[in-house]
Design a protein around this ligand. Structure first.
Ligand code: FAD
Length: 372
């Protein structure tokens, strides 16, 4: 029996894959969206979502009122020794503190409503680009075919090597570790709040403490050795509790926290995101902000640019030529945002705590990806 063929197969139904699938379905193409997890699934994530994502979310049919009560405007920068603070000012809330598991689930259910065929709980074992199409082998023993393939399978996916696309070197390597509690006592009226501890290593490493009605989370983004990230998380949990930034001591849980490899802005160092009949988007392609490790918006944005390229490719007889346009398209639109704040934060640290305009500019760089 011939395998069922779709116009596009998207591997990974996180923010990148779900966005690409929805935008293609809205253009009338048949899309298969596959994920090895069953949604709602849990993801290590602080839940920061920039307001810059609103126009795209609205295009996908997700209204800003859904996010309103999660608006984040209480933001404080701290010096690493907690001796000084600064509060960046924004004209309006720069973003939201979302429940990531619910958010991703909402994207997948919206994709289904738009006509995307979603298969959950099945992993892709192999992807083979052939001359005229792509075949996908699933771990339930079945195969599927598509004209084009989108890899949106998140960090460290082995699928890139299979199709001959290399991930960048380790120049942009960072470690991220996080611990959270949904049982800690916070008020039901607790409005979202975030405390950022800058210069944890006297340099670019930072810590994040977030508080909402449902969750307390502490995380570090560490540039250096892997095991130091774990130690930094433990210390930050203790200090955040001592300084009453979070209402619970998460030190014990921090000792067992998993440590993730993050390739911040690694997309900028990759030669290409285009393979035979294939595009790579989201964190799989290193689309993560260097300033803040923000990957939800970067992933969705890379998906939006990819969808425009894919639509042209699907309507063309020279589809591979059209796909090649992705490499320059995302660079033109996203490079500045990904490499922000364009300067070594270490030299700015003293100014951020003594000069309000500098605190505001750091806020805009960290939360909105603007150049400092
Ligand atoms: C501790 C931590 C905190 C973070 N906090 C934030 C934050 O507050 N805000 C922010 O914007 N970003 C944050 N990030 C980064 C952000 O979570 C990621 O960049 C984002 O999830 C990338 O989205 P994606 O769609 O590319 O990949 P993912 O969300 O990782 O989705 C990939 C999907 O692919 C599926 N998959 C993988 N392999 C296969 C396979 N072989 N077959 C089928 N399915 C497969 C997975 O199950 C997964 O659902 C954080 C990261 C870490 C580590």
């Amino acid at each position: 029996m011939k395998d069922k063929q779709s116009d596009v197969v998207v591997i990974g139904a996180g923010p990148a894959g779900a966005t690409a699938a929805m935008l293609l379905a809205k253009e009338g193409f048949s899309v298969l969206l596959l994920d090895r997890a069953v949604f709602p699934r849990s993801v290590p994530c602080t839940g920061w979502l920039t307001a810059k994502s609103l126009p795209l979310l609205e295009e996908l049919g997700i209204r800003r009122t859904t996010l309103k009560k999660r608006a984040l405007s209480d933001i404080t920068f701290h010096k690493a020794d907690f001796s000084q603070t600064a509060k960046p000012q924004f004209e309006e809330a720069p973003g939201y503190l979302i429940d990531r598991s619910q958010f991703d689930h909402m994207l997948v259910t919206t994709a289904e409503k738009l006509g995307v065929e979603v298969i959950q709980g099945v992993a892709v074992q192999d992807a083979k680009p052939l001359e005229s199409h792509v075949t996908i082998q699933l771990d339930n023993g079945t195969t599927r075919e598509a004209r084009l393939l989108v890899i949106a399978a998140g960090r460290d996916t082995p699928l890139l090597q299979r199709i001959g696309i290399g991930i960048a070197g380790t120049d942009s390597l960072r470690w991220s570790a996080m611990v959270e509690s949904t049982s800690a006592k916070t008020s039901a009226r607790q409005s979202p709040k975030m405390d950022i501890v800058l210069g944890l290593d006297q340099g670019p490493s930072f810590g994040l403490c977030s508080l909402s009605a449902e969750c307390v989370a502490v995380s570090v983004s560490w540039v250096g050795e892997r095991q130091e990230a774990g130690r930094a998380l433990i210390q930050l949990c203790r200090q955040a509790h001592e300084h009453k930034i979070v209402p619970v001591d998460l030190t014990a849980a921090a000792a067992a926290a998993p440590i993730f490899r993050l390739l911040a802005a690694a997309s900028l160092d990759m030669d290409t995101h285009v393979g035979k009949h294939t595009l790579v988007i989201g964190e799989a392609g290193g689309f993560v902000s260097a300033a803040s490790n923000e990957g939800i918006y970067a992933s969705m944005w890379s998906a939006q640019i990819a969808a425009e390229v894919l639509v042209k490719a699907l309507r063309s007889v020279q589809s591979q030529d059209e796909l090649m346009a992705f490499d320059s398209a995302w660079r033109v639109q996203m490079a500045d945002y990904l490499r922000s704040p364009h300067t070594d934060v270490q030299f700015l640290l003293p100014l951020i705590f003594s000069n309000q305009p500098m605190a505001d500019r750091m806020g805009a760089a960290f939360f909105l990806g603007e150049n400092i």
